[in-house]
Write a protein that binds this ligand. Structure first.
Ligand code: F6P
Length: 337
């Protein structure tokens, strides 16, 4: 078969490992030929391609980012988007398209497959781990690892200076990174978007931590917000999520009288080499995705369920957000304060 591959949306560690596994199994096992589409959905929209063969993927397993490039292009926003993609797939004689993406990119894939009959197989990625139907997405484990080692380091400097250190981690609408890294790093407060927080309660936890002669680490997800709506975004900051960490440190200082500083981990969590788990997961997703192509199981995405890689409708994976449940969040509460 002739198969196109694209990586869309925000990057994450492990994208190259997926592409490598797809190509390796496709060429060696099925005798496939591949074509890479450049910059996510912009590639098939504009017909922008790169050669993709075993030589092109050699050495890419540990490499972060994506050798295919990415973008947040939305082809369905273009009145002639579907026609252009269909024509570009036909021009290159492609039988299928493997789309590696998060909620946005796979949302488009679901519509192109279900409403327009395009032969698409999905692979779920995002550091946020917010895709429904898969236990884990590619990139999440690496981000949790980066955040955890940052928290480990911040403990010693917080204790030396007897300061509150607020660590802002990514996660978008969900608190998976915050919760996992917070627990793994022994944070004293973890704040997630799923549970709007009370600043007074945060200050009470901070104060009780000082009473026990430790300096508190407060992990806050970039999408977390106070319950009373008191956080005011500065001009233009509504475009991006980041900002809650700085705001919270100021509030803690004013209300508790303790010195507070913020570390925003930002894109450090998305860049660089994937963790062993992400390489393993990405490789398995890639192997199963090319199998799905050969089964002509289009409109479906691979997903991790327990130890198994299964296939579910792409539309199901994008139908709802996988959030941190109140029960899971409550477990962490034992360590607050
Ligand atoms: O969705 C991935 C993610 O890294 C989120 O965790 C974060 O909130 C957002 O993207 C940041 O986006 P940008 O790279 O546009 O600043």
């Amino acid at each position: 078969m002739r198969v196109g591959v694209l990586t869309g949306g925000r990057d994450c560690p492990g994208l190259n490992a997926v592409v490598r596994a797809v190509v390796r199994k496709g060429v060696q096992h099925y005798g496939d030929e591949f074509l890479g589409f450049v910059d996510g959905w912009r590639g098939p929209l504009d017909g922008d391609t790169v050669p993709l063969d075993i030589r092109a993927v050699r050495g890419t397993l540990p490499r972060g980012g994506t050798v295919l490039g990415t973008s947040r292009t939305h082809p369905l926003d273009h009145p002639d988007g579907v026609r252009r993609i269909r024509e570009n797939l036909a021009e290159h004689d492609l039988d299928a398209l493997i789309t590696v993406g998060g909620r946005d990119t796979l949302g488009t894939a679901a519509r192109l497959a279900d409403e327009h009959g395009l032969p698409i197989v999905g692979v779920p990625k995002t550091i946020d781990n917010d895709l429904w139907g898969t236990d884990c997405t590619i990139g999440h484990d690496t981000a949790v690892g980066v955040a955890t080692s940052a928290i480990d380091r911040l403990h010693t400097t917080a204790e030396s200076h007897k300061r509150v250190l607020v660590v802002e981690v990514m996660g978008g609408d969900t608190g998976w990174i915050a919760l996992r890294a917070g627990l793994a790093g022994g944070a004293n407060v973890v704040l997630v978007p799923e549970q709007p927080f009370d600043v007074e309660q945060v200050c009470a936890w901070v104060t009780s931590r000082f009473r026990a002669s430790y300096a508190p680490i407060v992990v806050v997800a970039d999408g977390a917000r106070p319950a009373d709506g008191s956080m005011r975004l500065g001009p233009g900051s509504g475009v991006r999520l980041s900002g809650v960490g700085e705001w919270l440190a100021r509030e803690i200082e004013q209300r508790s009288g303790k010195e507070a500083r913020t570390t925003v981990l930002g894109h450090l969590q998305r860049g660089g080499t994937p963790s062993p788990f992400d390489r393993w997961l990405a490789t398995r997703f890639g192997l199963h995705a090319i199998d799905a192509v050969h089964d002509r199981d289009f409109g479906r995405t691979v997903a991790l369920r327990g130890n198994d890689v299964i296939r579910i409708p792409i539309a199901e994976a994008t139908s709802r957000v996988k959030r941190v449940s109140p029960e899971l969040y409550a477990e962490a509460g034992v360590f607050f304060g």
